[in-house]
Design a protein around this ligand. Structure first.
Ligand code: COA
Length: 162
């Protein structure tokens, strides 16, 4: 599967941040560092690295602070089967939370997968973030279960919105 598609997704703009699909090795390095800081060092979900096989063909999305050019947020989306996509590794760097970085990363991810023909967009969400996703019109699917040794709720986006 190729990550290059012909459909252009317009960059989402906020006054402070730009949201974009990563397209260079340099950006990818910075992006993986954000994920490592959060999912390895902060949350201890992975002992050394959170990078896995899904990253090879995933769309990698970043939030960049306009005033400094600093990357401050990340999310990935990958295609599983048919037109089903999964979003994950949603992260806003420490010091950049509660300012709509996460919210707009999810909105940008939804637009990006829809542009690639996605008809079902899922995410494994930690319990403390279920409310955050519900506000973005995502719905829980089934019961809570263990994923990477921590409780998670499978949620599905309303692709009619956003
Ligand atoms: C989850 C995470 C990505 C959210 O990112 P964020 O940039 O802080 O998210 P937002 O600022 O968009 O929203 C956070 C909250 O602040 C509120 N908020 C943010 N800006 C606001 C504003 N201007 N006015 C009112 N409320 C605001 C949002 O409504 C949201 O509230 P909720 O949690 O009750 O829904 C971030 O906390 C994070 O990286 N956590 C660690 C990693 C993690 O847990 N990832 C998710 C795995 S499922």
């Amino acid at each position: 599967m190729s990550i290059i598609v012909n459909v252009h997704v317009k960059n989402l703009k906020m006054p402070e941040y730009d949201f974009k699909i990563i397209n260079s090795d340099e950006e990818l390095k910075e992006y993986f560092k954000i994920r490592n800081d959060i999912f390895v060092k902060e949350q201890n979900i992975f002992p050394e690295s959170d990078i896995d096989d899904y990253d090879k063909d995933a769309i990698h999305i970043a939030a960049v602070q306009n005033s400094t050019g600093k990357m401050v947020g990340a999310v990935r989306c990958y295609n599983t089967e048919g037109d089903t996509w999964v979003g994950g590794r949603l992260s806003a760097s420490n010091g950049f939370r509660n300012g709509r970085v996460g919210y707009n990363l999810v909105r940008f991810a939804v637009k990006s997968v829809k542009a690639r023909g996605c008809t079902k967009f899922l995410a494994y969400v930690q319990p403390q973030n279920v409310k955050f996703f519900k506000r973005l019109d995502w719905k829980p699917v089934g019961e809570m279960f263990s994923h990477h040794g921590k409780p998670h709720q499978l949620m599905e986006a309303d692709l009619g919105k956003g």
